[in-house]
Design a protein around this ligand. Structure first.
Ligand code: SER
Length: 318
């Protein structure tokens, strides 16, 4: 049996993609890997391999040892933290992807690459952003994402590698915190709503961005890798969205469930500038047409689920 390797397993996406993959393919089919050994026992269920993606030997060892057929390459720095450490971001995001693709080429693995709304820039049409359009990002994160999309295209065209990717929006989940992204406010706000019934947001009230509930995102990552390759004209990478809102609208949706919730704003100029360079709403018709993408969570449903899950966790702690 060929197995699935997930890099960056301890991160925001990995900690939910791994259980989703294990549920679908069985515990033995999925190998989690990260530079950090996960603290939480559940994350260590099944096999775990220490992999630093900047070391090709470690990737190669994991792929050989576990007879890997597909790599979900999630290890990367998010946008805000990448701006603080641009050289590290280039080494990890670009260097890691390059090494993963090289190992995949040698062993014939399929590769999933998470691109982002960050792959767009200020000259991109910001509303209903087309699948194929201007991509001149101004962040190091975005530069690694566009370059990553192109490198995946190259490995597909040149070496016949089965590379597929998604331009993911801001992801919202109650399991793991994002850590260093521009869209992190949309997760933090729920934790603060449960604890304090108030939140100070680092983006302006009207900063509209695409977002998605993690259950939709992990399902999309599995579905795109299972899609009929003959239909995948835009394999690297599909625009993907489920909802688009600004902090003020998210606060309204939370207030509908928790009437005492209050929001105020203390804008972080760095993250605001990053958000202002990204689209407000991307057009994901290509994903809908080529592999039948359809989100299940809108703003209201996502908000209810986040508040219910986090309230239950808070009750368990007390
Ligand atoms: N959520 C990511 C970030 O904010 C965007 O892809 O960095």
């Amino acid at each position: 049996m060929k197995r699935i390797l997930v890099t960056g397993a301890a991160g925001q996406i990995g900690s939910e993609l791994i259980p989703a993959l294990r549920e679908r393919f069985g515990d033995d089919a999925v190998v989690a890997s990260d530079i950090r050994v996960p603290r939480d026992a559940a994350a260590r269920d099944g096999s775990f391999e220490h992999v630093d993606c900047t070391h090709i030997r470690e990737i190669d060892h994991a792929v050989r040892h576990h007879r890997i057929g597909t790599i979900y390459h999630l290890a990367a720095l998010l946008s805000a933290v990448a701006e603080e450490r641009p050289r590290v971001a280039w080494d990890v995001n670009m260097g890691g992807l390059y090494r993963v693709l090289e190992v995949a080429r040698q062993h014939g693995c399929a590769v999933f690459f998470p691109s982002s709304i960050g792959a767009f820039g200020p000259t991109t049409p910001p509303v209903d952003t087309p699948q194929v359009t201007i991509q001149r990002p101004t962040t190091i994160y975005g530069i690694t994402k566009v370059s990553g999309e192109l490198l995946c295209d190259y490995y597909h065209a040149r070496f016949g590698l089965d590379t597929r990717g998604l331009r993911l929006p801001g992801l919202i989940s109650h399991t793991a915190l994002p850590g260093g992204g521009t869209t992190d406010y949309a997760v933090e706000i729920f934790h603060h709503a449960i604890r304090y019934d108030r939140y100070t947001c680092f983006l302006r009230a009207d900063t509209r961005l695409d977002m998605m509930y993690m259950a939709d995102a992990t399902r999309a990552m599995i579905e795109v890798m299972e899609a009929d390759p003959a239909r995948l004209a835009d394999r690297n990478a599909y625009n993907l969205t489920a909802m688009s809102f600004a902090p003020a609208q998210l606060a309204e949706a939370i207030r509908a469930e928790r009437p005492h919730f209050e929001i105020d704003y203390d804008v972080d100029p760095v993250r605001q500038a990053i958000a202002d360079s990204w689209p407000q709403h991307i057009d994901d018709r290509a994903a809908r047409e080529q592999w039948d993408w359809s989100p299940r969570y809108d703003l209201e449903r996502m908000t209810r689920e986040m508040l219910t899950a986090l309230s239950a966790k808070a009750r368990d702690r007390t």
